[in-house]
Design a protein around this ligand. Structure first.
Ligand code: ADP
Ligand code: ASP
Ligand code: MG
Length: 421
């Protein structure tokens, strides 16, 4: 008997019919002789709609993060109860659990909490008794405050992986509205090809680069705890994509995929005195706001002025906060001005094969030059190259680069559901 954790995203439980379809799939797995733990997200775009409501009553709902988490976790409470009812109605025993009841223990960072411990005793008892356990994704419990927390947007993936690790599950299956992990977002590039398998390091870089098919923290968790992942569709029988947490990927391609991130901003601190410690001052000010910085570029100080410029990218959600913090400390840091780009495009090519192959940069920059795309910043890791471009050019740039690496498949990819919101 295998223990399988199955996670269904918002688009898979978007309405009553879809919830019944999920119930059927779950029951099939259970009747095949497996123990099944199911994690579900909020129905459709519920989380965004709850956020819209919050914005309707408050100028800044993020100023009351505890209340915001209380609100947002309601979405998953609805879907777990409905799925459990549907399963019971179809003749199998099932019980739903909130994040707290399922033992998802977190730190106290409202809105973006990290899981510190998983104590799924009640879930274990339910499956041992032959029931199907349904757990609310995206939510946890902080024992230090006694409060409910959320795990960051897309966090139901993390709940699923954490439960799979905590329960020593044989596999964690992530069900979504596409057939697996593709060489690019199939909504943007319909000719993207589905990957049979991808190594976890490439998956981690793709997720970090903006491919939201898997949430980055879930991939990190899977890598650390060696959880076997499979990404597949709720709406087809395609076997999906295996994400290997050990060993080498079966696919031998140099580049596994291309990702686009349109949720990034760029700040250039102009006229920074060229003396030791200034970069530390700037990034200390920004870090105080809990802002995650991605790329950083500093150019050489002009010899006449002894002033240099430092540019960095950050998530657009943190843009206003970072600008305000820098403006406040402008006199003490002593820079001249800030040059602001609230919306930039980031394009990344990712693949473990890049470690051992040369010529990837030449192909990438050649394709971008031919398409007339201006590059504003570049950063690389062993298995990724990212470039910053104008936001209006990034989608077309991705298409050109995807073709240049020969990643197009034979048939058009199918997107089964969801709004992509
Ligand atoms: P869910 O609600 O199931 O969590 P998400 O909307 O979070 O679904 O993620 C699924 C979406 O991820 C797909 O519909 C697709 O548009 C997008 N996506 C982005 N990059 C990729 C990729 N490389 N492969 C597959 N899907 C991708
Ligand atoms: N419902 C949450 C969100 O929309 C969590 C998730 O879907 O994974 O971000
Ligand atoms: Mg998701």
């Amino acid at each position: 008997m295998a223990l399988i954790v199955q996670k269904f995203g918002g688009s898979s439980v978007g309405d009553a019919e879809k919830i019944k379809l999920v119930a059927k799939r779950v029951i099939e797995t259970h009747r095949a002789g497996n123990q099944v733990v199911v994690v579900v997200s909020a129905m459709g775009d519920t989380t965004d709609e709850l956020l819209d409501l919050a914005n309707g009553v408050s100028k800044n709902p993020y100023a009351t993060p505890r209340e915001l988490d209380m609100l947002l976790t309601a979405g998953e409470r609805i879907s777990v109860a409905l799925l459990s009812m549907a399963i019971n109605d179809m003749g199998e025993k099932s019980r739903s659990f909130s994040g707290l009841q399922a033992g998802i223990i977190t730190d106290s960072t409202y809105g973006n909490a990290r899981i510190s411990e998983v104590t799924p005793d009640r879930v274990q008892s339910a499956i041992t008794a032959g029931e199907i356990a349904i757990v609310a994704g995206f939510q946890g419990f902080d024992p230090s405050s006694g409060d409910i927390t959320t795990l960051g947007r897309g966090g139901s993936d993390t709940t699923a992986v954490a439960l799979a690790a905590g329960l020593h599950a044989d596999v964690c299956e992530i069900y979504s509205d596409v057939d697996g992990v593709y060489t690019a977002d199939p909504r943007l590039i319909p000719t993207a090809r589905k990957l049979q398998a991808i190594d976890i390091d490439s998956m981690l870089e793709l997720a970090a680069a903006g491919a939201k098919i898997l949430f980055i923290r879930a991939v990190e968790f899977a890598r650390r705890h060696k959880v076997n992942l499979r990404v597949r569709s709720t709406f087809s029988d395609d076997p999906g994509t295996i994400v290997y947490s050990t060993g080498e990927s079966m696919e031998e391609s140099i580049v596994a995929g291309v990702a686009v991130d349109k949720g990034q901003s760029k700040i250039t601190v102009v006229g920074v005195p060229d003396v030791p410690g200034k970069a530390a001052e700037i990034f200390t000010v920004v870090a105080k706001g809990d802002v995650n910085i991605d790329m950083i570029v500093q150019n050489i100080a002009a010899s006449s002025t002894h002033l240099s410029d430092i540019s960095f990218t950050l998530p657009s959600d943190d843009f206003k906060k970072a600008v305000a913090a820098l403006e406040m400390d402008k006199p003490s840091i002593g820079f001249e001005s800030l040059q602001l780009d609230e919306k930039i495009g980031k394009l990344s090519v990712v693949g473990s094969g890049m470690k051992t192959h040369s010529g990837v940069s030449a192909t990438l920059f050649g394709a971008l030059a031919k398409a007339g795309v201006n590059i504003e910043m570049i950063s690389t890791s062993e298995i990724r190259i990212s470039v910053v471009t104008n936001i209006d050019q990034v989608d077309d740039a991705a298409k050109v680069v995807h073709s240049a690496f020969g990643l197009n498949g034979e048939a058009e990819a199918v997107v089964y559901a969801g709004t992509g919101r």
